[in-house]
Design a protein around this ligand. Sequence first.
Ligand SMILES: Cc1cc2nc3c(=O)[nH]c(=O)nc-3n(C[C@H](O)[C@H](O)[C@H](O)COP(=O)(O)O)c2cc1C
Length: 92
Amino acid sequence: MFDAWVAMAKASHPGNPQLQRDEAFRSASLAAMTLMFAAQGMGLSTGSVSGFDPLGVAREFGLSAAEVPVILVTAGYPAAGQLATEAAQALA
Ligand SMILES: Cc1cc2nc3c(=O)[nH]c(=O)nc-3n(C[C@H](O)[C@H](O)[C@H](O)COP(=O)(O)O)c2cc1C
């Protein structure tokens, strides 16, 4: 999937690194959303975080210069008595 998304970002904006980067950010954001829905389906609660130190994240996870952290997603089991999300509450 990773290789396919890189190829699509390059193919959709040939010769324009800025638009390729924008496209990659869109793909990564959709991936994060899918991850959050999947986690929710497993009974986890999630939260998205964009306020982080990208250089620090890249350093801690050993990312290359071509790998940009787009968004962090927290995940955990909700406390007893708490449903994972409002959506889960609506289904209850
Ligand atoms: C794209 C995006 C980025 C976010 N970044 C942050 C962030 O950096 N810090 C933060 O406290 N909340 C951030 N939020 C909001 C949290 O993910 C969360 O929705 C908010 O804290 C409300 O949580 P609650 O519904 O459990 O109260 C972000 C939300 C989105 C959609």
